[in-house]
Design a protein around this ligand. Structure first.
Ligand SMILES: Nc1nc2c(c(=O)[nH]1)N[C@H]1C(S)=C(S)[C@@H](COP(=O)(O)O)O[C@H]1N2
Ligand SMILES: [Mo]
Length: 221
């Protein structure tokens, strides 16, 4: 029922003591090599559970909205840019402890895309998929409809870089940063929450900062 969160790869074992070690390992191994290539921009760590992520040329980017909706849709970047843009400035908090204060994210409210698609009765959750082929995330419908949940085109007032999940990533402001899926390609409306990548590995689906099993007081890794 949980599905293969790692896209068919062997799933990592469920870690009961918290998955800081796993998150740290992803960073320590630096599978993307990006940490070595890029200055540590403003305190961010670059995370990717996929060993490499293809770059998506702007013109080729597509975001699909489907599942329990009246009007499935596919958006290119221009179509997303043409929609009303919202900017929020909030702290970024990774579950492993590092934090970046007052970071600007802007883009289209997820609620706007859901309203445009017309969520059908019986829908309760959203599943996000990513073109890295590995990561996934989830939100309940009420969480997804919050004003501070954005489909981001810009981060720190610049286009979202490839390292940070560009051209389009999610930003779920009130939750730990693992909810903010990078390189998103699919938004599927579902009848139940399908736990995302880290959630299958022990982290809470309801990842409210300070009110979930990622406490943010773990040592920075
Ligand atoms: N597709 C994808 N999204 C992802 C991740 C990932 O590995 N793959 N890591 C998550 C985690 S644990 C964090 S802390 C943030 C890191 O975002 P950054 O690389 O922009 O700092 O992205 C989140 N979104
Ligand atoms: Mo994280």
């Amino acid at each position: 029922m949980l599905g293969l969160g790692a896209g068919g790869l062997v799933a990592a074992p469920y870690v009961q003591r918290g998955t800081e070690a796993l998150l740290g390992a992803a960073s320590d191994k630096d599978p993307t090599g990006l940490t070595g290539l890029l200055p540590n921009g403003g305190g961010f760590r670059y995370y990717s559970v996929a060993s490499s992520v293809p770059r998506r040329p702007e013109g080729d980017y597509r975001l699909t909205v489907d599942g329990l909706v009246e009007r499935p849709a596919t958006y290119g970047l221009d179509a997303l840019r043409a929609l009303p843009q919202t900017r929020v400035v909030r702290d970024v908090q990774c579950v492993t402890g590092w934090r970046v204060p007052a970071t600007a994210f802007s883009g289209v409210r997820l609620s706007l895309l859901l309203d445009a698609a017309g969520v059908r009765p019986g829908a309760r959750a959203i599943r996000f998929t990513c073109f890295d082929g590995a990561y996934s995330e989830s939100l309940t419908l009420p969480q997804a409809r919050r004003d501070d949940v954005l489909v981001c085109l810009r981060m720190r007032d610049e286009p979202v870089s490839h390292a940070h999940g560009g051209p389009v990533r999610l930003y779920v402001a009130p939750m730990y940063f693992y909810k903010s899926a990078k390189w998103i390609s699919g938004i599927t409306v579902t009848s139940e929450v399908r736990p995302g990548y880290w959630e299958e590995r022990g982290y809470d689906v309801d990842a409210w900062v300070g009110r979930s099993n990622g406490r943010g007081d773990a040592p920075t890794v």
